[in-house]
Ligand binder design. Structure first.
Ligand code: FAD
Length: 397
């Protein structure tokens, strides 16, 4: 098995250099700024200014390891650019960037970066690929994200790690029981955490959370922010599965303002699929997560705003016909106003409420698998029921 990291194998795509003529083209999307030697261009946990194209000087990019020590990633010089997917969505930085010497750079804020990616097809593709690969590199090492302290087999650790992985966010885990993780022990002692209260989570901004919910964690690391109650979106989409993300991409690419809400993670059921073989255009198949991550990034490229995790609890129809909006009620008492709402909340499969269900299951009769393949001969008469279940959709209000 190869132990090479993505930074070894794809370095030239991760850190491309722009030609002088290309720099001239990107300049119109940003503003030129100067930095003194030692000045920070980005800090872990803080929302940065955007994509930074270096014109003169050098910038050191470092990541934090699980003990908080800084490790070098790369040094950007004239012609190279600094940023990763966080800059596309205006989220907190996952790396530190300091000027090694006086620096002059073009700063392209998130909304202008999205305009650049759409307007400059070939250059935009190269920049977008670099941003994605850099995020993949950070995911490999877990750098820049929160540190979870707890045992790998603990249910809440699994829950929090699963949530971060499904949302493509780097993280690290320290085990307070192993001799090698002395930092974990030190953290547990310093914050006086009883072993029964584990896991704890240290956010990049320095906050400590004790066994947080997914929503608490997402807010702490800047994955989800407050929603502007006065803003009226053209489209609000409930659900970030394939249907919701496809809706969002098409709507935003037509210039509509779009907000996507999902109570768990982007990708929906498809994100859990080990391999999708029947999706048009992928003859060799693709993992559900890879397909959905592409859709998620594509949506953000067109300026779609994401509120994940955020659960929609109710939909209020406009009672005044002159008022051109619907209102979505969210779990945290927040409200979203939109001119149109698309509900793409997926299907929930219900069990048959029949007395013989347990007996049938013992005979290896399962819905939607053996039944469809005909290996459960007796189950065929249940085919109609199974089809009905697979169609059963339940709206949640
Ligand atoms: C393991 C697995 C493998 C699969 N493999 C394949 C395959 O190979 N080929 C294939 O064609 N299909 C496959 N499928 C089926 C496919 O994934 C689904 O048909 C598809 O995901 C449905 O898309 P959707 O967007 O309609 O709904 P979903 O993917 O179910 O997404 C709905 C989203 O809405 C969110 N949501 C629900 N209620 C709320 C609420 N109140 N507020 C906010 N958000 C909400 C959910 O969290 C979810 O993310 C597979 C499914 C699974 C589970």
């Amino acid at each position: 098995m190869s132990t090479q990291s993505i930074i070894d194998t794809r370095r030239y795509q991760m850190f491309p250099k722009l030609e002088p003529e290309e720099i001239k083209r990107v300049r119109r999307f940003g503003e030129v700024r100067s930095y003194d030697m030692g000045e920070a261009l980005a800090k872990v946990g803080e929302v940065g200014h955007g994509l930074t194209v270096v014109l003169a000087g050098t910038v050191n990019i470092t990541q934090h390891d699980e003990s908080g020590r800084r490790e070098p990633i790369v040094t950007h010089g004239p012609g190279s650019f600094m940023g990763e997917l966080a800059q596309l969505a205006g989220r907190p930085a996952l790396v530190d960037a300091y000027a090694q010497e006086p620096v002059v750079a073009v700063i392209i804020p998130p909304e202008r970066l999205r305009a650049l990616l759409v307007a400059e097809a070939e250059l935009g593709e190269r920049i977008m690929r670099a941003l994605i690969l850099r995020r993949v590199g950070l995911l490999e090492t877990g750098a820049g994200g929160p540190v979870i302290v707890g045992r790998a087999e603990n249910g809440d650790v699994i829950r929090l790690e699963g949530f971060l992985s499904r949302n493509g966010h780097p993280h690290q885990r320290l085990n307070p029981d192993t001799d090698t993780d002395t930092e974990a022990k030190a953290l547990v002692e310093r914050f006086q955490v009883d072993p029964g209260q584990l896991p704890i989570v240290l956010c990049p901004g320095g906050q400590l959370l004790r066994n947080p919910s997914e929503t608490e964690l997402a807010r702490c690391i800047g994955l989800v922010g407050p929603i502007d109650p006065d803003r009226v979106y053209d489209v609000a989409v409930v659900g970030a599965g394939p249907a919701g993300l496809a809706t969002a991409v098409y709507a935003a690419s037509e210039g509509l303002s779009v907000l996507v809400l999902d109570c768990r993670a982007f990708g929906g059921q498809a994100g859990a699929s080990a391999r999708i073989e029947n999706y048009l255009g992928f003859p060799t198949g693709i993992t559900g997560m890879a397909l959905m991550a592409r859709a998620y990034n594509q949506a953000q490229k067109f300026g779609v705003e994401m509120a994940i995790p955020d659960e929609v609890m109710g939909l209020q129809a406009r009672d005044n016909p002159d008022e051109d909006r619907f209102v979505l009620r969210l779990s945290g008492e927040e409200r979203v106003s939109a001119r149109s709402v698309v509900i793409a909340s997926g299907a929930r499969y219900r069990r048959l409420e029949v007395d013989t269900w347990k007996r049938l299951r013992r005979r290896a009769c399962t819905i939607g698998h053996r039944l469809w393949r005909g290996s459960c001969a007796r189950g065929r008469k249940w085919l109609w029921w199974a089809a009905a279940i697979l169609q059963a959709k339940r709206w949640f209000i």
